[in-house]
Write a protein that binds this ligand. Sequence first.
Ligand code: ATP
Ligand code: MG
Length: 443
Amino acid sequence: MIRKLLRRVFSKAPPAHKPALIPLVKHRIRRESISPGARQTIARLQEHGHAAFVVGGAVRDLLAGIVPKDFDIATDATPEQVRGIFRRSRIIGRRFRIVHVMSGGETMEVSTFRAGNDVDSETDAHGRVLRDNVFGNVEEDAARRDFTINALYYNPADETITDYHHGVADLGQKTLRMIGDPRKRYREDPVRMLRAVRMAAKLGLVIDPAARAPIREMADLLENVPAARLFDEMLKLLFSGHAVECLRQLREEGLHHGLLPLLDVIMEQPLGERFVWLSLANTDARINAGKRTSPGFLFATLLWHEVLAAWEARKKGGEPSIPALHAAMDEVLDIQGGKLAITRRIAADIKDIWILQPRLENRAGRRPLRIIEQPRFKAAYDFLLLRAESDEQERALADWWRVFLEADTETRLALLTPEKKPARRRRRRSKGSEDTSAPEADA
Ligand code: ATP
Ligand code: MG
């Protein structure tokens, strides 16, 4: 115990390393760029005598001229102290304990400065750090962060940035530089390899050669990372607004093949390659235009060509079309769902989109009027547009739907093609009822 303590004190006496204090005139981030909730939270912590800063992605993004998606706060107050200051707050997290502070409609993540890993940190057999929950000072907190551009501390009170690792200069020079020895940092946490690629793609940075070179040789370490964490990281990557660029770079760094099941699905698609890349580009465009996206939609595109192949095989084997589609969907989701850690909810969304595809082809009678009332219609229609764009489905069908959806009610009625069984149609009309009878139960 005492030896441990001594080792900590002596081995880690951090080099008295003076940070740069960068004033407003140099960085031009006014406190008004920080969300009101984050400003208030920081002010309260400071009133209670604590140090508190905006940290991480938000400072970096503001410097790069990007609107931050959230504002993380770092402080020297312990989680219990933070909890004591804010009535509307709760302690969360297992790996790291952090506090969620609610202010107005915002939820801020407040984390206590943490010291990095030392010889005492618990690791797995490959050197991956399993826990790092030792509190530290701000300098130690900066040193345990991954890249220099992610270790910037902004204080709204005086509008300065504290910069221990030349992050501001690196960002200005468009360089992504690892703090410390990249090999050591990748061994501690292999996910940093994926983060490097994502950050570089998002911000248009070049990965510093010292951080880039080891990726290829250390890629295998990703195998030891729990599947759920990899899945989260892949979601961040796919929904970064720069998925196409990220994946291009991952491929270049040798980070796909066999390591990340999801990437294999994307990159080893002999049939659907064009469709998958179109869909990724489409996701990027939607995110950058501030439109909604969903994992269900994206995964539905990633797996669609596997479903098509399985569906085709079953139809060839004599199964009727719609039951064959259902069986093909289950088959593909059974195999991929587990491998990719797709949750049940996402799987349900995926199926909704797939099931509607053959129904969009069948335009007889009043079906189109009914199908547009389906909750997942819009997603299914967007999916159809992508299929047509990749020439897997007829463009004429997508064009018909486009015209139909833009038309007024009268034109829509004129666009409907006659029902194949006119006798029945007349009977239903005369009843004036919602037509739910058998001939139109089209799925
Ligand atoms: P964004 O949220 O835009 O994807 P971010 O940099 O905020 O980017 P987060 O995952 O939210 O990324 O992490 C917040 C901060 O925590 C980072 O800026 C970085 O300082 C630190 N961090 C996150 N993950 C790691 C890691 N694996 N190793 C070291 N530091 C990390
Ligand atoms: Mg963040």
